[in-house]
Ligand binder design. Structure first.
Ligand code: GDP
Length: 174
């Protein structure tokens, strides 16, 4: 009592992908409904949470962000430990971030629990100057057994769906 809201399940999520793809912004948009345009590592969000309902059950989504560590390639096993969901993010306006997905997947498969649900996200869908087509993203997801959405952390488009589709799948796997 008095320790905050009650919940039936806790799902840990991690957000991975190259620096600059919009991981912190996705977290901020989902947890606070806000967008921050200036890139400032010093105020990078590291953790966030939000309560959601599935089937009348209250679920706490606890979300971990790398907060800049990915630049130093030091994402550790501890980060993956217990994670039931992962958002694997690239930037549709930067092909290099898409080309690195295979490496991120190897890392995830080596460190994560086998049933971790992975949602591939092509972020910055509000921008016109794309370098990666929707079809390429969908194809990569299909080849690797991932879910797929394009999102905008700026407008909020599909951000909620990315977390909720993942949560529904984790819930089904329980
Ligand atoms: P991280 O390093 O992956 O955590 O990336 P950030 O969340 O810090 O975002 C990097 C930069 O991209 C920042 O300047 C953001 O404002 C910008 N950004 C992130 N998401 C979006 C988006 O959906 N649309 C646009 N236009 N810019 C974005």
């Amino acid at each position: 009592e008095g320790d905050g809201p009650e919940y039936n399940y806790l799902f840990k999520y991690i957000i991975v992908g190259d620096a600059g793809v919009g991981k912190s912004c996705i977290l901020l948009q989902f947890t606070m409904g806000r967008f921050r345009a200036e890139h400032d590592m010093t105020i990078g969000v590291e953790f966030g949470h939000r309560f959601v309902e599935i089937d009348g059950q209250t679920i706490k989504l606890q979300i971990w962000d790398t907060a800049g560590q990915e630049a130093f390639r030091s994402i550790t096993r501890a980060y993956y430990r217990g994670a039931t969901g992962a958002l694997l993010v690239y930037d549709i306006t930067r092909r290099a971030s898409f080309d690195r997905l295979a490496e991120w997947l190897v890392d995830a498969r080596q460190n994560a629990q086998p049933n971790m649900v992975i949602m591939l996200i092509g972020n910055k869908s509000d921008l016109e100057r794309r370098e990666v087509s929707y079809e390429e993203g969908a194809w990569f997801a299909r080849q690797n057994g991932l879910f797929f959405l394009e999102t905008s952390a700026k407008t909020g488009q599909n951000v909620g769906s990315a977390f909720m589709d993942t949560a529904n799948q984790i819930y089904e796997n329980l």
